[in-house]
Design a protein around this ligand. Sequence first.
Ligand code: CA
Length: 230
Amino acid sequence: MNNKPFVLVVEDDSAVRNLMSTTLQTHNYRYITAATGEAAILQASSQNPDIILLDLGLPDMDGVDIIKKIRTWSNVPIIVISARSEDTDKITALDAGADDYITKPFSVEELLARLRVTLRRMGTNVKQEDAIFTNGELRIDYSAGCAYLSDDELHLTPIEYKILCLLSRNIGKVLTHTYITKEIWGSTLESDVSSLRVFMATLRKKIEKNTNSPQYIQTHVGVGYRMIRV
Ligand code: CA
């Protein structure tokens, strides 16, 4: 039994693909590569990778369509790699079901860190049926509808509580503004994104020791938020 994580690298640029392959090889990962969308979908379905690194700009298919296809049968973690710096591409990819993103040019350290975070998240995946969630000093009793910080009950508004639950159920994953507002308010109006910022600020005051360097909830500027395991 080989328990080295098995990575599918999807990248049409051979220089970048070689860099990623070498990095993976020297850091104890197994990998396979694909240079086109068609090959990526074939490999994803036949090789059963533990994680996929997916370049969004491929010659034959849009990366977002690849995510949508793979998501019809698999929840395999997908980290999107994009040369395009526009936030809209990342957001579209995250909303299509990607777990995280890296923007080119990226460092080897950054690539390895993202892989570790995402694989760790899969290892400690929160089961939807779990009644109690804990992360550091934060504890949520979903069935009682209560949240605690070091055993002190937090006095959260219903919206703050909903946001906290949503982030905790998706710990490790970047949730886009659109995704969160859809889940909380059932809409995607720009005004709801502003409201979300306000609620996030008040929620953070209640759960973070230092709101200037938050421990539990990361901000992804222009993209969304992520709860990290502390
Ligand atoms: Ca490319």
